[in-house]
Each structure stands twice: as structure tokens, then as C-alpha cells.
Design a binder for this molecule. Sequence first.
Ligand SMILES: *Cc1c(COP(=O)(O)O)cnc(C)c1O
Length: 396
Amino acid sequence: MTDFSQTRALFHIPEGVTYLDGNSLGPMPRTAAARAKAVIEAEWGERLIRGWNDAGWYVQPRRVGDRIARLIGAGAGEVVMGDTLTVKVFQAVSAALRLAREGRRVILSDSGNFPSDLYAADGLARAVGAELRVVEPEAVEGAIGDDLAVLMLTEVDYRTGRRHDMAALTRRAHEAGALTVWDLAHSAGAVDVDLTGANADFAVGCTYKYLNGGPGAPAFIWTHPRHADAAQPILQGWMGHDAPFAFDLDYRPAGGIERMRVGTPPVIGMAVLDTALDAFDGVDMAAIRARSIELTQRFIAGVEAACPEVTLNSPREPAGRGSQVSFRHPEAYAVMQALIARGVIGDFRAPDVLRFGFTPLYIGEAEVDHAVAVLREVLEGREWDRPEYRSRNAVT
Ligand SMILES: *Cc1c(COP(=O)(O)O)cnc(C)c1O
């Protein structure tokens, strides 16, 4: 049994804050500052250029990748870190397109996807003469046809929390002769992902959401071992070269997942992520998933009983949902500002969505009940109806 009171003690949550936005930016692990200081002073400061070898900076993207692999149903040596998620999406989709069957040019995605994924795929499609097709999330399965090259989906919808059936859609895509790219931005660290079991082809994700790596923490990419030595990166960088320090003028991809490296990794940020991942040591993703379902069910039941002003905007069935819940309210922006002023931090998503993320590592029943009570007071008392909450000048 995972003891979530112990994992909670690993994080700094500011006094008076109920933090339901760990799906956008996870909270700070208590060890983060000491780890960053050690990397800066003892490694960079003292070891200088020698840090690449004797402090392990060069192998860090693979070493940290192995720690994430365990959380997403991947094997050791199959995941590598670096860059931002948008770059990793571009890399995965471009590599999948090059592996696609002769003549296949369609990339299929859905309108619930995060815009940056669609932008990256659209830019790529325009550059290489492919076509990005975007359908409603419910229409994805029916839109998989024999012209499909790549199915590019985000498993959990960032607004509604709707969770695609990764195994079923991957099977459908394979039957149609296509490859799959799964974005795990709202899955990794939150739900029990099983890339190997689903037989997916590529996956990517970020680490500053449920994995608590801090702002700007590096992204990850996974390639199924059957493609790892065949996938051709379009973004050919020196650290993905077979012999980076030979400085050959010609590019020759490294073996396996190493070829998905691009350039110099963010060493300081990755060290902070590394210490953040300690919170998952000994934690079973099935236990996190079970606990997250308890918390989200409790929140939905509580809000629906206490707040008739809002309507559920997430799938009611837990199996069809990730670890976040959203509700709609016509004045959602002002409502969220009023909640934040009371220390309950969630997210507003345009046009009318109140979104709350549930992260068992540091959120329990008490926080759920408190958030329900404060939401009720904000709505009943129309606390949101103040000019300072209604004017939209903040960056959120
Ligand atoms: C958060 C998120 C991103 C953000 O991409 P960055 O390049 O890391 O800024 C991209 N895609 C999805 C699905 C996300 O949820």
C-alpha cells in the first residue's frame, strides 16, 4: 500500500493554498533547491567542463528517461529526455511519417488536442506535403482509414479530462496500416499508462505537470523498440549522432532512442526533475490511479450536490477520464479568480471551463472537501461578481 501522507511531506505547498493545478505545474519538491544548488556549486562550479563525464551530465537524459519509463509502461533504455514537448511532438510525428507506408500522407488528430501539438503537426505537414486532419474526439475511431499515415493523439484531454482508449485506438490504427504517436502530457504520473501493453509506436510527454519537474523541465520521448533503430529523426542534432565527439560532417544517427536527442540537455533543470521523481519511488501507478479515481469521484459528487450553478464538463465514468475534472460556468474566468483569491488554485480554460487537477501524491479528501466548500461559497455569495475578478489582464 502506498502511503500518500509520506509522499505529501515531500512537497512544499504554500500556507493557505489548496493546490488543484498540479496538472499545469506541479509543486516544488522540498529537495529541489538543495539539488539545484549542488549542481550549480559542486558540479558546475567545481567540476567545470569535467562535469559532463564525472558528474554524469552526458548520460543524464537516458538515466532520467529510465526513471520515467517505469511510470509509463516502457522498458529501460527506451526513453530519452530533452527539449520541450512541442519539439518532441514534432520529432515523433516526423519520424512516424518517414516510417509510414508508401504514399500515406495523412496525420489524424482531434480537436480536443492541445493546440501546440496541432501547430507542430500542421507546420510539419506543410513542410513535407502531408495533410493534418482534425476531427472531434468521438469521431477519431471512425476517421481511421486506409489513407492514414500517423494517428497523433493526446491520451487525456487538457480541458475535459476525457481519456482515449490507447490500446483500442492503437489496434485500429495498426489494422489500417498506420502508426501511432501518443502525447502523455496529462497522463504521465497521473494515470496507469501501459505503452508496451498498448503496443504503441511513439510517445512523448512533459515533466512539469504531474511529474513535478518545475517550470521548463525537459520533455521525454519514447520509441517502441521495434522502431528504435529504424526511426529517422528529421531534427538531426549532434547529440543524437552515433559519434558526437568525432564531429563528422555527415549525420549518422545513434543506435536506439539516443538518436532522438538533439543538443545540449538542460542539466540544471534535469537534476531538479531527477530529485522530483524520487516522490514516485516505491509508488505503484495503479495505486495512484485508484486514489485519483476516489478523489475525482468525491469532487464530482460534492460539487454536484452543492453547486447547481455549474455543469460537469468531464466524462462521468472514471474509466473515460484522466486525473482532472472540469465544470462549466458562464463566468468561469471570474469564478476562478475568486477561488484563487481564497487560496483554491485551479485553472480557467477558455471560454467557460473551471478545471481542477487531482494529484494523490499531495492531495487528499480534506483538500477535495475544502475546495467544494469554497466553490459553493463563491457561487452562492456571487463572490466572483467583482470588477477585479472579471477584468482579464492576467496571464493564465
Ligand atoms: C502542456 C502541453 C504541451 C506544452 O508543450 P511545451 O512545448 O512543453 O510548452 C504540449 N502538448 C500538450 C498535450 C500539453 O498538455
